[in-house]
Design a protein. Structure first.
Lengths: 258, 267
């Protein structure tokens, strides 16, 4: 019993300390980001690395999700004679939920792991220590540009995912199954609200961008500088980022659409 | 002030494990000082304490009369601008070319125009004999070359203090001689002070003005290389003459072989 209480106490203390340290790192990243405006090239390079290299995965995934939505939506709506609302269903599903969430999950697997491994290997190769010894703060020079690049890239990728997904739904619903094209687009136009649906989706993807990218860079920064340590950190990034996205999605949905 | 770096009554431990105890060292300006000792003797920890990457539990480290205080980040970074450190494996930025690696501190800490940075970087690379490798990536050069590029990066801002962590480790004899020669020449040309952490006796004694021998976190001997060569101290003799057994035992301390095999207790 004493052993259990001791272990619980240690876990609680470590969790509080780790959370505090993570908050400090995030604060430092944000605080030291002012200088990045003068050197925006550091961010654009990372946007290219993170965003551009994730583009194909996001676009192809969006297309297939759109295909599936088109099919499933048609089967369900057809039972009630409402297949004309297929465009609305596809668009709302993508802009409100699937676009931001699936993009964030894919982003965590594609770019998040890459960020964690890169920073972890920089640490293992003493590159971060070398930077510190050159009086250059790695939080400012390495973590901050990657963090902001992720925050900027995520909503853009989510928008691309949703747009390609709607196109996928159109191909299946209109071109293959034969739903009326005019009804498909007009129902979508009439039912999707820019402020409530599209912008809330964008806001979600910004929050996911902050969560996923911070988890990725923080795990890399905190990883043990060994091959095993970097591997563990990369796994933690996927697990923590995915769970955070799903939990935040529930929270944001409850706040936005209640 | 004649000493650039001073360490006074310094104690340092990792958790409960003591690493350095009651350490006193001075590093006079313009000199090449070697800090030698076996693996785990605390040599690299001394460098990390001087660089402010670690904080001692008690005692002090001063550079140019200013106390090194890792909790005061602004002052520490200002102090580090006067320092250069060469890491054991170079620690080059693998996503940058050789040129960009050397240009890195110049771009970070100066507002020099790119043309001037270009010329300065080529001059630094010329000093280490790698001007023509400027456009290569770290993955395209050998370990010895990487060490020389890291050396060029270390001296990019003409530091007053240059620290080397095992600069000869893993180098072939030609690269080793080349690196040792560069360390001495750069120290004299820049008028800087050099702290050389190494366990390579031959090369270190060739270029050092003074030597500290560390064992188990304390100084066991000190003097000029000639004095160390003539020393009758058992630890120094074992180290300098590479004797396999002595004060540093061949066997890891613990139970005897007879005890482990159960000899004497069997009927």
């Amino acid at each position: 019993m004493i052993g259990f209480v001791t272990a619980l106490g240690r876990w609680t203390r470590e969790t509080i300390a780790n959370t505090g340290f993570a908050a400090r790192v995030l604060f430092e990243i944000v605080r030291s980001s002012g200088g990045l405006l003068r050197r925006f090239r550091l961010i654009t390079t990372q946007i290219h690395f993170i965003g551009n290299y994730s583009l194909l995965l996001i676009a192809v995934s969006g297309l297939f999700v759109g295909f599936v939505l088109g099919l499933q939506g048609y089967y369900t709506l057809n039972k009630y004679g409402s297949e004309q609302a297929l465009g609305l269903l596809v668009a709302l599903s993508l802009t409100r939920e699937l676009g931001p969430v699936v993009t964030a999950l894919l982003f965590a697997g594609r770019a998040g792991t890459s960020l964690t491994a890169e920073i972890g290997l920089m640490k293992a190769g003493e590159q971060l220590s070398a930077m510190e010894m050159m009086a250059v703060n790695p939080l400012q020079r390495v973590l901050a540009p990657r963090f902001w690049a992720g925050v900027i890239a995520m909503p853009i990728l989510a928008a691309i995912f949703s747009a390609v997904g709607i196109f996928g739904g159109y191909i299946v619903g209109v071109q293959l199954i034969g739903v009326d094209e005019g009804a498909f687009w007009s129902q979508m136009q009439g039912g999707v609200d820019v402020w409530n649906d599209v912008l809330n989706g964008v806001l979600k993807s910004v929050v996911f961008g902050i969560a996923v990218t911070f988890i990725a860079v923080y795990q890399g920064y905190q990883s043990q500088p060994t091959p095993e340590g970097v591997a563990r950190a990369t796994t933690r990034t996927v697990v923590m980022a995915s769970l955070s996205v799903l939990w935040l999605d529930f929270l944001l949905t409850a706040l936005m659409f209640s | 002030m004649s000493n650039l770096v001073e360490i006074r009554n310094l104690h340092f431990r990792y958790g409960e494990r003591p690493i350095l105890s009651a350490l006193d060292m001075v590093f006079p300006r313009g000199k090449v000082i070697a800090v030698m000792g076996g693996s785990g003797s605390g040599k690299t920890t001394v460098l990390r304490l001087i660089g402010g990457q670690l904080a001692p539990q008690s005692g002090s480290v001063t550079v140019k009369g200013e106390r090194v205080d890792p909790s005061n980040v602004r002052a520490l970074y200002a102090m580090r601008r006067k320092m250069g450190m060469l890491f054991q494996h170079g620690a080059l930025f693998t996503d940058m070319s050789v040129f960009d690696n050397v240009a890195f501190p110049l771009r970070e800490h100066t507002d020099l125009p790119e043309e001037m940075i270009h010329d300065l970087v080529l001059m630094k690379l010329h000093t280490v004999g790698l001007r023509n490798a400027a456009q290569l990536k770290p993955s395209e050069i050998s370990g010895g070359m990487a060490r020389r590029v890291a050396l060029a990066r270390t001296i990019a801002l003409d530091p007053e203090l240059i620290m080397y962590d095992e600069p000869f480790a893993g180098l072939d004899p030609i690269s080793m001689g080349m690196t040792a020669n560069l360390i001495r020449k750069l120290n004299d040309a820049l008028g800087s002070t050099t702290i050389l952490v190494s366990h390579d006796v031959q090369e270190s004694f060739l270029i050092a003005d003074y030597v500290y021998f560390l064992s188990k976190g304390a100084i066991v001997a000190q003097g000029t290389p000639a004095e160390m060569m003539a020393s009758s101290d058992p630890y120094v003799r074992q180290f300098v003459h590479a004797e396999p057994d002595g004060p540093v035992p061949f066997h890891y301390p613990g139970k005897s072989l007879a005890e482990d095999l159960g000899l004497g207790t069997r009927a």
